[in-house]
Design a protein around this ligand. Structure first.
Ligand SMILES: Nc1ncnc2c1ncn2[C@@H]1O[C@H](COP(=O)(O)OP(=O)(O)OP(=O)(O)O)[C@@H](O)[C@H]1O
Ligand SMILES: [Mg+2]
Length: 257
């Protein structure tokens, strides 16, 4: 296998007595997209929060381009935020800042660019993502849910991270907006060579976004592989998870041909 861009080794996390993650291993190469699926409460967000240093694992290592992210690096917010972009489950923009200020925030405060450069970077990213300049000086509250998500993607991309993590990007979006966001994620991976990890409940989205899929269940990955192999998993929990999607357009979308 090619040298992984991001690697997680034997990651464990419990809250009090409750084991949430029980030895997670994953590797994702540059320009590849991993989708993590699993039931609500299975620990998907906890895993990604550990990867970006918002939660401290009890055990295990995280490596970026082969470099161990030791506690010093993990506590270096500017370093982590510039290396690993994170799209929170609720899109979490700064309400009091304009769209432009939100997107230029990373370059300005994490990467210490000057305001002119930061704005330039933000504008380039927003144009790339088709965020109309008429939105740039609005506040997040004035945008639709899907526009807010796309601004959040722009904000995550503005620091040009090596890895970007999307936690449930399409929650709350209609089908069309969700498909648009899925293709945006694919573009980040294919055109910008970014490594992505996406969490989703939606198998249709998962198939559009993924090179590989991994399913989290009771603290472990119980299955991983190519999305078009999923219906041959021979695993009851995987089958239960994908069953609701089998009746719809599961076999007609990307990855299953
Ligand atoms: N800070 C915390 N303190 C205590 N327990 C927590 C904390 N964060 C998460 N948990 C617990 O860890 C478990 C996994 O939560 P997590 O948010 O990772 O689930 P999830 O798979 O992302 O679910 P969803 O699909 O609903 O977003 C849950 O039981 C949750 O209550
Ligand atoms: Mg979650």
């Amino acid at each position: 296998m090619e040298h992984p861009r991001i690697e997680v080794r034997n990651l464990k996390k419990s809250f009090r007595e409750k084991v949430i993650l029980d030895g997670i291993n994953l590797k994702v190469c540059a320009g590849k997209s991993l989708v993590i699926i699993g039931a609500s409460g299975s620990g998907k967000s906890v895993l990604t929060r550990c990867i970006v240093g918002l939660l401290k694992p009890d055990n295990g290592d995280i490596l970026l381009d082969g470099q161990l992210l030791n506690p010093d690096l993990m506590n270096n917010r500017a370093f982590i935020a510039s290396s690993i972009g994170y799209l929170f489950q609720n899109a979490a923009l700064f309400d009091s800042l304009t769209v432009l200020e939100n997107v230029s925030f990373g370059p300005l405060f994490m990467q210490k660019r000057n305001i002119k450069e930061a704005n330039q970077i933000a504008k380039e990213i927003m144009l790339k993502l088709d965020i109309n300049p008429k939105f740039w000086f609005l506040h997040p509250k004035e945008l639709s849910g899907s526009s807010r998500k796309i601004v959040a993607v722009a904000r995550a991309l503005a620091v040009k991270p090596k890895v970007i993590i999307f936690d449930e990007p399409s929650t709350g979006l209609d089908v069309r907006a969700s498909q648009k966001l899925d293709s945006l994620i694919r573009d980040c991976v294919e055109k910008e060579n970014i490594t992505s990890i996406t969490i989703t409940h939606d198998m249709n989205s998962a198939r559009r976004i993924a090179d590989d899929i991994a399913m989290l269940h009771e603290g472990k990955f119980i299955w991983s592989g190519k999305s078009n192999q999923m219906n041959k998993s021979n695993n009851i929990n995987v089958e239960r998870f994908i069953q609701p999607f089998l009746d719809t357009n599961f076999n007609t979308i990307r990855g299953s041909q």
